[in-house]
Design a protein around this ligand. Structure first.
Ligand code: ADP
Ligand code: MG
Ligand code: MG
Length: 204
């Protein structure tokens, strides 16, 4: 694994494609246990990111990821935009000065991102939030020394699907209590798109 500026750009583009294609689906998921705007929120932020990075030249991966994070922080209302933004801002800090992101720095980036998410959102693993994708994936990554894209994608999918069984304890879905059980967490599905898009880019 060695992600250069062009690879990270491809990662962002692929994630945006996934999110645009599933914009209605993400909002439907949020309709069931939230206020129905997750697809709208997150698709706006990713489209703005693509617009910004397409017209900018980068020499460092950290600068590119920082622009991604700042765009999400400034353009997306609701809970998920600032949470994704914070995670990616911390990720960019962890890969500062690197010419490419190797496996070790990727793991450090995910760890910094997860810590940022937790610091900002105060959710724990099991609370039925995007932490339930980020945290199991960090554990997965730490137990390995190289990335197998298909296996990583499956791990991300399994974590996302497991949110269906959880009772929400943070965010809007927590107002539903037990009635949140049986529904996927929308922010975990968009987090899944983020990581599955990376797996795709690595395979190509
Ligand atoms: P809002 O809930 O403000 O309308 P979105 O619908 O865009 O924002 O995002 C909802 C998603 O945000 C949830 O599905 C969940 O994954 C994530 N989320 C909400 N609160 C938290 C939190 N405290 N920590 C981590 N993630 C959270
Ligand atoms: Mg919402
Ligand atoms: Mg909202």
């Amino acid at each position: 694994m060695g992600l250069k500026v062009e690879d990270v750009k491809a990662w962002i583009m692929k994630t945006n494609e996934q999110i645009q294609q599933n914009k209605e689906y993400l909002s439907e998921l949020d309709q069931a246990i939230g206020d129905g705007d997750h697809g709208t929120n997150i698709s706006r932020g990713f489209q703005e990111t693509v617009n910004k990075i397409s017209s900018t030249e980068y020499t460092a991966v950290a600068d590119l990821i920082k622009d991604w994070s700042m765009t999400l922080l400034s353009k997306v209302g609701g809970a998920a935009g600032p949470l994704f933004g914070t995670a990616l801002l911390k990720f960019s800090g962890a890969v500062q000065g690197k010419e490419e992101i190797d496996y070790g720095s990727f793991v450090e980036g995910v760890e910094a991102g997860l810590n940022g998410l937790i610091l900002r959102g105060k959710a724990e693993e099991g609370d039925k939030t995007m932490v339930d994708v980020w945290s199991p994936l960090l554990t997965y990554l730490k137990g390995r020394e190289a990335l197998d894209a298909d296996d990583f994608e499956e791990a991300a999918k399994a974590a996302m699907e497991n949110t269906k069984n959880l009772k929400a304890k943070k965010g809007r879905a927590s107002y539903l209590g037990d009635r949140s059980i049986g529904h996927l967490d929308p922010g975990s599905v968009s987090s899944y798109y983020l990581f599955s898009s990376l797996a795709q880019v690595i395979k190509e």
